[in-house]
Design a protein around this ligand. Structure first.
Ligand SMILES: Cc1cc2nc3c(=O)[nH]c(=O)nc-3n(C[C@H](O)[C@H](O)[C@H](O)COP(=O)(O)O)c2cc1C
Length: 294
């Protein structure tokens, strides 16, 4: 697996919308994992600058994440075919239209999947590897738990599978390997990296979180998101119970990750996985990598 990624460790730092920018990505890659750039809100010009910043900081492989529901995909995909990067990870959709074109320029395509059914579709497409992401994860989630999903995906397909959802240290890594995964993708743990451009109040909320601190908003909108419970999530569930329509629910949630990142921990969405309860401190990306692979 490390041969496919070109990394020393079978560890992917999961893309973190608006947060996995060049400082975090280059630090993870330099530490032996695969740092993955977020492309949320980027244009080809700002993506080029982010890629250049990673390359200036490390000669190690890195990835670029394509969240396929984002409106900028039509501009970024042609850019990445013209200007290849080592790895592209895809989520929230199918890379069918461009997978072969990326591979033709030497890019490995890793698809994040929530079910065996989607895993099989990705195998048929010819992707290089899979991330099986359970619903313990922070951010946008499916419905299967990591424990059930990973062992069924690894049994069903003949591709390297990384486990994601609930993994923050070597205990999680060993569990993932026992389920048949070749490695892991971790997201929530890297929210506590010194290199992550996130408000201290969001990081302190993660440290204060216990095992039951997260809730899932957006189910009524077909867009389930795991995040820390706070006054915003309480307002969301109250509005849902009152029969608020989709527009009203969107008005509460849209743009709310940005508010949390800026430090408004009452009115922002603090995306986080259930493993937040195990996190105790802000640390360097390198230390977070070493906690998973000593
Ligand atoms: C704040 C936050 C933002 C995320 N943004 C993205 C994203 O833009 N694209 C994506 O594919 N996954 C995204 N994820 C999912 C992570 O890449 C990763 O798969 C997930 O966090 C793994 O589970 P864990 O949170 O239990 O470690 C995000 C997760 C979090 C916590």
């Amino acid at each position: 697996m490390t041969t496919i990624l070109g990394t020393r460790l079978p560890l992917i730092q999961g893309a973190l919308a608006q947060l996995s920018t060049a400082p975090l990505v280059s630090a993870v890659s330099a530490a032996g994992g695969l740092g993955v750039l977020t492309t949320v809100d980027l244009t080809p010009t700002t993506l080029a600058a982010a890629i250049a910043a990673v390359r200036a900081a490390t000669d190690q492989p890195f990835g670029v994440n394509l969240m396929l529901q984002q409106p900028n995909m039509a501009a970024l995909i042609p850019y990445l075919i013209e200007h290849p990067v080592p790895v592209v990870t895809t989520s929230a959709g199918t890379p069918k239209a461009f997978c072969a074109a990326l591979q033709a320029v030497g890019t490995k395509v890793v698809a994040v999947i929530p079910s065996v059914k989607v895993a099989r579709k990705m195998v048929a497409l010819g992707v290089d590897a899979l991330v099986a992401e359970g619903m313990e994860s922070g951010g946008h989630i499916g419905t299967s738990t990591t424990f059930s999903l990973v062992q069924q995906v690894t049994a069903a397909v003949d591709l390297p599978v990384f486990a994601a959802g609930g993994i923050a240290d070597s205990t999680g890594v060993r569990a993932a390997e026992a389920l048949g995964a070749v490695g892991v993708q971790s997201g929530t743990a890297f929210l506590l990296a010194q290199e992550t451009p996130i408000a201290p109040a969001y990081q302190q909320a993660l440290i204060a979180a216990d095992d039951t601190a997260t809730v899932v908003t957006g189910r009524a909108l077909g867009d389930a998101v795991r995040c820390l419970a706070n006054p915003l999530t309480a307002a969301y569930f109250a509005a849902e119970a009152d029969g608020a329509d989709a527009a009203a629910l969107h008005a509460l949630l849209d743009g709310s990750l940005g508010r949390a990142i800026a430090g408004d921990v009452d009115h922002g969405t603090m995306m986080a996985g259930q493993i937040a309860g195990k996190l105790t401190q802000v640390a360097s990306a390198q230390a977070i990598v070493q906690a998973m692979y000593a």
